[in-house]
Design a binder for this molecule. Structure first.
Ligand code: ZN
Length: 132
C-alpha cells in the first residue's frame, strides 16, 4: 500500500445546485464534470485543485449511502480517496494487514475509475477509498 497522492476528497452536500457556485468561487475554477453514479445513488460534481479533486456528492435516494450520511451527520467531508496503481491488489494488501474492507474487490466509480472502500471501523473513523 503506497498511494501516490490524494485523488479526491468527497464532500456530502444537500444540493449540488447550491454548493457548486460556492466551490467555484472559493477554488477559482469551474466545475468540470457532473455525473450520476447510479450504483452509489449519488450525483457527483468535480473540481480540480492541483492533482487532487474535490468531489461533491448529492444524494439521489434518502436510503442510499449519502442520503443516510446527510440524515445522520449533515453536510461535510464524507471520504478521502487515495490514488493507487492497482485497486484490487491494494485491497488485498489492506485485508492481509487486518484492515476491514467494505469492498472486497473494486467496482466502478465516477470518471470510470476503479474504487474500493475500507471500513471506517478499521481506519480511525475516516471513510477511505482506494482509487485507480
Ligand atoms: Zn470517492
Amino acid at each position: 500500500m503506497k498511494p501516490t497522492h490524494i485523488e479526491h476528497i468527497g464532500i456530502a452536500v444537500a444540493s449540488l445546485e447550491k454548493a457548486i457556485p460556492f466551490f467555484e468561487k472559493i477554488l477559482g475554477t469551474a466545475c468540470y464534470a457532473i455525473e450520476e453514479v447510479k450504483d452509489q445513488r449519488v450525483k457527483t460534481a468535480f473540481f480540480k485543485v492541483g492533482q487532487t479533486k474535490i468531489e461533491l456528492l448529492e444524494s439521489t435516494d434518502p436510503e442510499g449511502p449519502i442520503g443516510k450520511f446527510l440524515q445522520k451527520k449533515g453536510e461535510g467531508i464524507h471520504h478521502i480517496a487515495f490514488a493507487v496503481e492497482d485497486v484490487n491488489k491494494t485491497l488485498e494488501e489492506a485485508s492481509a494487514a487486518g484492515i476491514e474492507l467494505i469492498d472486497k474487490t473494486s467496482r466502478k466509480g465516477a470518471e470510470g475509475l476503479n474504487i474500493g472502500f475500507l471500513h471506517p471501523k478499521s481506519t480511525h473513523s475516516v471513510l477511505m477509498e482506494f482509487c485507480g
